[in-house]
Design a protein around this ligand. Sequence first.
Ligand code: IYR
Length: 224
Amino acid sequence: MARDFPFIPLSISTKYEGEALPAASKELKDEMLQRRSCRDYSEREVPESVVRDLLQIAASAPSGANKQPWHFVAVRNPEIKKRIREAAEAEEKLFYEERAPQEWLEDLAPLGTDWRKPFLTKAPWLLVVFKEIYGQDENGSKNKHYYVNESVGIASGFLIAAIHHLGLATLTHTPSPMNFLSEILERPPHQKPFLLLPLGYPADDAQVPDLGKKAFEEHSSLLK
Ligand code: IYR
């Protein structure tokens, strides 16, 4: 096939043969099924190079027309984390005490959450994921982005899986509304807050709610 753009060989070769493949998938499954959203963090430092690697992994995700419609802001500065916590807790207080419908509050009850978000100052890093609703080059001209929510959701999944693989903890926190993140982090109008992820080691005494996942037949159908 004649192509107008350059192609290069795919640099993935067969990694597992025979029984090694099912053994590897089981090992990976067992590891991934240990992942939990964590709200209790240690103050132990996570090196900047680790955060850079994690964000490069997230930014390697597939995206619509390879537009990479995301921007990540990693916050370690205690003053900025404090401002984010105060703004998030103000929104959350309104959510829990006024905005949330009864059914939503009942659905959240098993999670044991409330408006207090100590993890926003305790975790050594806050990773803020922005979606870019359109692209903008240096001279200010706009270009289209495609499947933005899908793309940024996939990138966030890469990030969460990589964090877990390193034995670190995170949580997908979505204070609503979260425009305060654009103001505090001084982001341009084409970048909209998508997700807020604390990153750190879990606290030694961290606890998580005793929740289960759906059985295979409930979440998947295998047609043979
Ligand atoms: N944003 C609130 C409420 C909340 C909503 C959902 I959906 C959750 O899965 C968990 C919490 C909060 O962060 O507490």
